[in-house]
Design a protein. Structure first.
Length: 67
Protein backbone atom coordinates (compact mmCIF):
# COMPACT_ATOMS: atom_id res chain seq x y z
CA UNK A 1 0.00 0.00 0.00
CA UNK A 2 1.15 3.56 -0.61
CA UNK A 3 1.58 6.60 1.54
CA UNK A 4 -1.15 7.56 3.97
CA UNK A 5 -2.09 11.13 4.67
CA UNK A 6 -4.76 12.86 6.69
CA UNK A 7 -3.65 16.19 5.22
CA UNK A 8 -5.01 16.40 1.69
CA UNK A 9 -2.14 18.71 0.70
CA UNK A 10 0.05 15.57 0.64
CA UNK A 11 -1.59 14.29 -2.55
CA UNK A 12 -1.46 15.75 -6.04
CA UNK A 13 -3.82 15.78 -9.00
CA UNK A 14 -3.38 12.53 -10.91
CA UNK A 15 -2.52 10.46 -7.83
CA UNK A 16 -4.49 7.20 -7.50
CA UNK A 17 -6.07 7.12 -4.03
CA UNK A 18 -8.44 5.28 -1.75
CA UNK A 19 -10.43 7.34 0.73
CA UNK A 20 -11.91 5.74 3.82
CA UNK A 21 -14.17 7.34 6.39
CA UNK A 22 -15.13 5.78 9.71
CA UNK A 23 -13.38 2.57 8.68
CA UNK A 24 -15.36 2.13 5.46
CA UNK A 25 -14.41 2.70 1.84
CA UNK A 26 -15.76 6.07 0.76
CA UNK A 27 -14.22 6.33 -2.70
CA UNK A 28 -11.47 4.92 -4.86
CA UNK A 29 -10.18 6.83 -7.85
CA UNK A 30 -7.84 9.56 -9.08
CA UNK A 31 -7.26 12.93 -7.42
CA UNK A 32 -8.75 15.63 -9.62
CA UNK A 33 -7.99 18.69 -7.48
CA UNK A 34 -6.82 19.73 -4.03
CA UNK A 35 -7.63 23.08 -2.42
CA UNK A 36 -4.51 25.23 -1.92
CA UNK A 37 -4.95 25.01 1.86
CA UNK A 38 -5.41 21.22 1.76
CA UNK A 39 -8.93 21.38 3.17
CA UNK A 40 -10.81 19.88 0.22
CA UNK A 41 -9.99 16.98 -2.07
CA UNK A 42 -11.82 16.09 -5.28
CA UNK A 43 -11.60 12.50 -6.53
CA UNK A 44 -12.78 11.19 -9.90
CA UNK A 45 -14.23 7.83 -8.93
CA UNK A 46 -13.12 4.62 -10.61
CA UNK A 47 -15.59 3.12 -13.05
CA UNK A 48 -17.03 6.42 -14.26
CA UNK A 49 -19.10 6.98 -11.12
CA UNK A 50 -18.54 10.75 -11.08
CA UNK A 51 -16.59 13.16 -8.94
CA UNK A 52 -16.53 13.03 -5.14
CA UNK A 53 -15.64 15.87 -2.76
CA UNK A 54 -14.01 15.10 0.58
CA UNK A 55 -13.60 17.82 3.22
CA UNK A 56 -11.03 17.75 5.99
CA UNK A 57 -13.84 17.67 8.59
CA UNK A 58 -15.16 14.41 7.08
CA UNK A 59 -12.62 12.53 9.23
CA UNK A 60 -11.42 10.72 6.12
CA UNK A 61 -8.12 8.96 5.57
CA UNK A 62 -6.46 9.17 2.18
CA UNK A 63 -4.11 6.43 0.97
CA UNK A 64 -2.09 7.26 -2.13
CA UNK A 65 -1.17 4.27 -4.28
CA UNK A 66 1.80 3.98 -6.57
CA UNK A 67 0.70 4.37 -10.22
Amino acid sequence: MGARGDDFALVLPGDPVTVTARGRLAVSGTVDAVAPDGSVLWVIEDGGQGRHMVHRTDAATVVRHEP
